[in-house]
Design a protein around this ligand. Structure first.
Ligand code: GLC
Ligand code: CA
Length: 540
């Protein structure tokens, strides 16, 4: 089966299931839930980082790429998890954080101790540039007592690696081979479009310096080298690159098969349509016209030029899409299905983030004390420094924090939602008694809807392989598209609002069949009225 027919499920290991009652999720917990994932029908499970790490950025600060973080378990637990997954026909994708390492990594420690070999593993300069860290503040920090500075595009404990050094590349390729030898079948590459730094780094006042270090041409060369040296030899491997602040043009280059870089890319433009003036730490209702334009541009251009998108609404860095795009007080269930259809029937490989399949919501915390994410804490401080009141700053953090999606999985309505028997590392969401797996499997319909979407992708080549074109691109409420493959077509219509709207269906679909939808449809008529958040796919 090609990556076009597969659906990938993301797990944030800290928050999935705690089996040794220390309040933190672990590998045996993930293993235990493999039958659940099998029931859902996903093909591959992507694990956010499970490696040795001081956890300053929840594992995205890796201290050893080939050691398991003891909080999550042992290498034996990992092997057991792999075996249990494979037994269910599920493959494992690991998260490779190759732009930077934790400053606790042996390489950085040796560099600090003066070893020249390791100093060349990092980006050290006498004169720092004016770049701003993505987690706030200066992107450069003093390199010990040397008078030099090291680059950290993220937290100051995450030092950027020098990919221009062939020894660094070889170290990283070795890491990939290590995990491939264990049977890992997929890699998700963290902020991989930042790895290629120019030889001469330049100041850049625009956008905190991003244009100076993002999507640099040499990045493509590095990806080709990595492909050739590792996963490119194995046609079953699936690779996805997380692309920060990128363009469709670049993503076509990253994913066009004949360039031999990656299978697909994540981009985040569609999750910035509720950023005021492009700034994350603000609040604004989402801009539907912009969302649609982005989906259509990416959908059409990737389709025309043989690129491939990773499709997603949620991940461990985003507040829950339900809270952002849907009136959840009145339409949580219909809205969850509409959002799911909008991407699962589109052109690309869909990703489900844990809890999405039961319609989980943001936790609705009531105090700053409940947040732990470094980015959120920094942002709160910056908002106060900029003159916001505590209440106003809190409201923004509450809407935007990455912790929104990192709360423990809601398995049942027990005290700690079946995640653990002790207080978890991050407070459980307020809705856990109402929204949980046990209840959803008994009487819910969102999980079933996801099951159906996953099956359809495997049954209908027009879903996995069809082209993409926009439908009613100017409509103020509808996001729609048509997929085509040989003699078959699929029309997908999504009402993104709580108000009804009447549209005209194209002639060619009047004799079609409804493949899936969130309301019962009696008749496909030329004049068709869509209910609040209605989604419907017509196959002809
Ligand atoms: C990516 C990860 C995020 C992490 C950052 C730095 O954006 O998804 O969680 O903080 O990279 O590694
Ligand atoms: Ca545990």
């Amino acid at each position: 089966m090609s990556f076009k027919e597969k659906v990938i499920y993301q797990i944030y290991p800290k928050s999935f299931l705690d089996t040794n009652q220390d309040g933190v999720g672990d590998l045996p917990g993930i293993k235990q839930k493999m039958p659940y994932l099998k029931q859902l029908g996903v093909d591959m499970v992507w694990l956010s980082p499970i490696y040795s790490s001081p956890q300053k950025d929840n594992g995205y600060d890796v201290a050893d790429y080939t050691a398991i973080n003891p909080t999550f378990g042992t290498m034996e637990d990992f092997d057991n998890l792999m075996a249990a997954a494979n037994e269910q026909g599920i493959e494992i994708m690991l998260d490779m954080v190759f732009n930077h390492v934790s400053t606790e990594y042996e390489w950085f420690q040796k560099a600090l101790a003066g070893e020249k070999k390791y100093q060349d593993y990092f980006i050290l300069r006498d004169e720092p540039t004016d770049w701003v860290s993505k987690f706030g503040g200066n992107a450069w920090a003093p390199f010990g007592e040397t008078g030099r500075y090291y680059l950290h595009l993220f937290d100051k404990t995450q030092a950027d690696l020098n990919w221009r050094n062939p020894e660094v590349r070889e170290e990283l390729f070795k890491v990939l081979r290590f995990w491939m030898a264990k049977g890992v079948k997929g890699f998700r590459f963290d902020v991989i479009n930042l790895i290629g730094k120019d030889e001469v780094l330049k100041d850049c006042a625009e956008n905190d310096g991003k244009p100076a270090y993002t999507d640099r041409p040499i990045t493509h060369e590095f990806l080709q080298m990595m492909n050739q040296a590792t996963f490119g030899q194995d046609t079953e491997m699936i690779t996805v690159g997380e692309m920060s602040f990128t363009t469709v043009k670049e993503c076509i280059l990253y994913t066009k098969p004949d360039r031999e870089e990656l299978n697909m890319t994540f981009n985040f433009h569609h999750l910035k349509v509720d950023y005021k003036d492009g700034k994350k730490w603000t609040q604004m209702p989402f801009d539907f016209a912009k969302l649609k334009e982005l989906f259509h541009t990416w959908g059409t251009q990737m389709s025309e030029e043989s690129g491939w998108n990773a499709l997603f609404w949620n991940n461990h860095d985003q507040p829950r899409a339900l809270n952002r795009f849907i009136d959840v007080d009145n339409y949580r269930v219909a809205g969850a299905k509409m959002l799911a259809s909008a991407i699962h029937l589109s052109r690309g490989t869909p990703y489900i983030y844990m809890g999405e399949e039961i319609g989980m919501l943001d936790p609705d915390y009531d105090s700053m004390e409940q947040y732990v994410d470094v980015e959120s804490l920094n942002a709160y401080q910056e908002l106060l420094d900029a003159g916001k009141t505590e209440k106003a700053a809190f409201e923004i953090v509450k809407a935007k924090s990455r912790d929104n999606s990192r709360t423990p999985m809601q398995w049942d309505n027990e005290r700690y939602s079946g995640f653990s028997q002790v207080a978890p590392w991050l407070t459980i969401g307020r809705s856990a008694a109402e929204i949980n797996v046990a209840k959803e499997l008994q009487e819910g319909s969102i999980f079933k809807y996801y099951q159906q979407l996953i099956k359809l992708r495997k049954q209908y080549p027009v879903i996995s392989d069809g082209s993409y074109e926009a439908f009613l691109p100017e409509h103020p409420q509808i996001y729609g598209y048509v997929r085509r493959l040989a003699e078959h077509s699929l029309l997908v219509i999504n009402n993104f609002f709580a108000e009804e709207t009447t549209i005209e269906l194209p002639e060619e679909f009047l004799a079609g069949d409804v493949l899936i939808g969130n309301y019962a449809v009696e008749n496909i008529t030329r004049e068709f009225t869509l209910k609040p958040y209605q989604t419907m796919a017509i196959y002809y």
